[in-house]
Ligand binder design. Structure first.
Ligand code: ZN
Length: 79
């Protein structure tokens, strides 16, 4: 779980029978004092139906990636 936090990934859990999505933020998970579990091995259960949830690792958002793009050159600001 700490590796996901390191790379700012999130863990999406999906229960198909309930059509529910739950997003786990690894950093929040660890900050809450929850164990640094192996999310690959961990079986997540739907809180509503008790069924097995599907896991999906996601990148957080495109906005953070965009911060690493080069800034416009100063020339574009000159008139
Ligand atoms: Zn469910």
């Amino acid at each position: 779980m700490s590796d996901l936090a390191k790379y700012k990934m999130t863990l999406g859990l999906n229960c198909q029978p309930c059509d529910r999505w739950v997003e786990i933020i690894p950093q929040d998970w660890l900050d809450a004092g929850k164990p640094d579990i192996d999310y690959v091995e961990q079986r997540f259960k739907c809180e509503v139906c008790g069924g097995k949830a599907d896991k999906q690792v996601r990148t957080v958002n495109v906005g953070q990636i965009a911060q690493h793009l080069p800034l416009p050159t100063r020339e574009t600001q000159l008139t």
